[in-house]
Write a protein of this length. Structure first.
Length: 188
């Protein structure tokens, strides 16, 4: 790819990240790992991490953490792909103030972006399908459990009914044999 920057061979950017979750240490560690991974290809010139804070008062366990860093990167294409893969909150181009691209360079960037988006779309569709299967399995199990619960309730009702009939028969002296106990007439 040709030099797309008017007066520079590299691009200087400021990028902001936000993550949510818990515990606080995990959020900060996640942000640091992501930025350290970028150091393999980019020159990171500044880093700043905000202390994790609760997302809202209703759920103080759920935290959000922010990081900001500045970097020098070799190409706009890398920045475009990075933005798709990592989904930063903000990308600010500090310099150069002007970028020149040939049609073929834009085509290459768009091809990379489209490829990444299609890959993500495929993964989302697979996860959505798996989620639907799990929801169906969950509904099937809940229905099965509900039927078992109803059977158990009916059995208890039948036991109570039969037990009441037996006691009524005892009170009236109408049992088949005098040796039967109450438990002989209860279905389990």
């Amino acid at each position: 790819m040709a030099n797309i920057f008017k007066d520079k061979s590299r691009m200087k950017v400021r990028i902001f990240f936000e993550v949510m979750g818990w515990p606080a240490e995990a959020l900060t560690e996640h942000l640091k790992k992501a930025i350290n991974k970028l150091k393999n290809n980019w020159k990171i010139t500044a880093e700043h991490y905000e202390k994790p804070v609760p997302v809202d008062e209703k759920n103080p366990k759920m935290l959000t953490a922010h990081a900001e860093f500045e970097a020098e990167i070799p190409s706009f294409a890398e920045l475009a792909i990075f933005s798709i893969v990592y989904a930063p909150s903000v990308v600010e181009i500090i310099e150069p103030s002007e970028i020149y691209l040939k049609a073929s360079e834009i085509q290459d960037i768009l091809a990379d972006v489209i490829s990444k988006v299609q890959g993500m779309d495929k993964e989302i569709k697979i996860l959505a399908a798996k989620n639907r299967l799990l929801e169906n399995d969950n509904k099937h199990l809940r229905d099965k459990l509900s039927i078992k619960e109803q059977e158990r309730v009916l059995t208890k009702e039948e036991q109570e009914k039969e037990g009441n009939e037996y006691h009524s028969a005892l009170d009236e002296g109408q049992t088949n044999s005098g040796s039967h106990s109450k438990k002989d007439h209860v279905k389990i």
